[in-house]
Design a protein. Structure first.
Length: 390
């Protein structure tokens, strides 16, 4: 086993979050393949702000290098940079990859450039909008983003919309490679779906499902609630909304808003779910709703469509890449009345009509996403850049 590992090419990955946060939502098998395509590389994970792992830990083909949290901002950033440079140099790493265009991206970029190694950046969202939503230091963050993007040997984007975004920001090479997803659990019929309907008293109801960080303004959850309150009393009476995900510090705010809108009996907050439980919840539902203001390429939408649900999404390009008039509906995310009207359209549609929409959406997802092909594309890109060098 040691000889096998030693013969592998070595890569460094700096994730968006500390490595321990990926558990228990995902199995280790899924996490390992996500960071190490086809398990063909010795993969060193530099886990910033890590609290769970205290020392360097080897798990499978992954080697976790924890970098703890320091209160002093200057010391924290300086130590991150030094640690990343040291890991790349000590382990004779062939390539560096990160999933973040800001602080983590800057750390990865410096570690790669100082060690003269190729650098890959992944873009999963429209970060310009995210920066503007912070309302401060836009010029600084935007400049940092452009520096990181322009210094990447390759930028991986998850949708055609982000391809154009990367090019506008000066990317030299761009590859459209979606996130690797195991669709099988969502395609397979779940025996637990009827139990979920029974548990929440949803027998005979049209069930809407929202999955995601509903506290995030980009998810547009407030307008979704407002639209739900405007679909008319008759439709509301036979409809129920399941909300899966964390609400953060805004849970009380949403509870008050729901009371004001008269939706207390029409919404159930399920909370955070392990990934393995999601297929049953999708299959217990009738319509997926995610009218986001902007997205990169939402995993929840892909999984819901794989489960056969028709979707109501926004007209943002990353959403229309998946959803069109043949397999769901798209709306202006700022127009509450339009969201209400199109939501009412899906609720009033008979079950056979929704099934046909869902089937067409499911087929589109199967055609676009296949876990093995994604890993093959990533492996090819890694090896190509390693051969070319920095």
């Amino acid at each position: 086993m040691i000889l096998g590992i030693m013969s592998m090419r070595r890569i460094v990955v700096i994730p968006n979050e500390e490595f321990s946060s990926y558990f228990p939502q995902y199995t280790f098998e899924k996490i390992e393949k996500y960071f190490n395509p086809n398990l063909k590389f010795e993969t060193h994970i530099i886990s910033l702000d890590e609290n769970e792992y205290k020392t360097v830990t080897k798990i499978g083909t992954l080697v976790i290098h924890p970098v703890g949290f320091f209160r002093g901002r200057f010391i924290r950033h300086f130590w991150r940079i030094l640690k990343a440079i040291w890991v790349v140099r000590k382990h004779k790493v062939d390539l560096v990859r990160t999933y973040n265009t800001f602080q983590y991206g800057f750390v990865a970029m410096l570690a790669a450039k100082i060690n003269r190694r190729p650098f890959i950046l992944s873009l999963h969202s429209d970060y310009d909008r995210a920066i503007r939503s912070r309302g401060k230091n836009y010029l600084f963050w935007h400049t940092l983003e452009k520096i990181v993007i322009r210094n990447a040997n390759s930028v991986i984007v998850v949708s055609p919309y982000l391809y154009d975004y990367a090019r506008r920001h000066g990317a030299k090479g761009v590859a459209v490679i979606p996130n690797p997803l195991n669709l099988e659990p969502f395609l397979r019929k779940s025996e637990n779906a009827p139990n979920i309907r029974s548990r929440y008293g949803l027998i005979g109801k049209t069930v809407l499902i929202f999955v995601g960080r509903y506290y995030d303004p980009a998810k547009n959850f407030v307008r979704l609630l407002q639209a739900f309150s405007e679909i008319g009393a008759e439709l509301r009476e036979k409809t129920h909304l399941l909300v899966v995900g964390r609400g953060g510090e805004k849970r009380e705010y949403f509870n008050n808003l729901i009371s004001q809108l008269g939706l207390n009996s029409k919404i159930t907050f399920v909370g955070f779910l392990c990934h393995s439980h999601l297929p049953a919840y999708y299959q217990a539902s009738d319509i997926f709703v995610l009218p986001s203001i902007y997205e990169g390429l939402p995993t929840s939408l892909i999984e819901a469509m794989a489960a056969g649900l028709p979707a109501l999404t926004s007209s943002h390009p990353s959403m229309t890449y998946l959803v069109n008039s043949e397999n769901g509906v798209t709306v202006d995310p700022y127009n509450v009345k339009e969201i209400a009207r199109r939501l009412g359209y899906l609720i009033q549609m008979d079950s056979e009509g929704r099934r046909k929409l869902g089937k067409l959406g499911q087929q589109r997802i199967i055609n676009l996403f296949h876990e093995k092909s994604v890993y093959n594309e990533l492996e090819k890109l890694y090896l190509s850049l390693i051969r070319k060098g920095a």
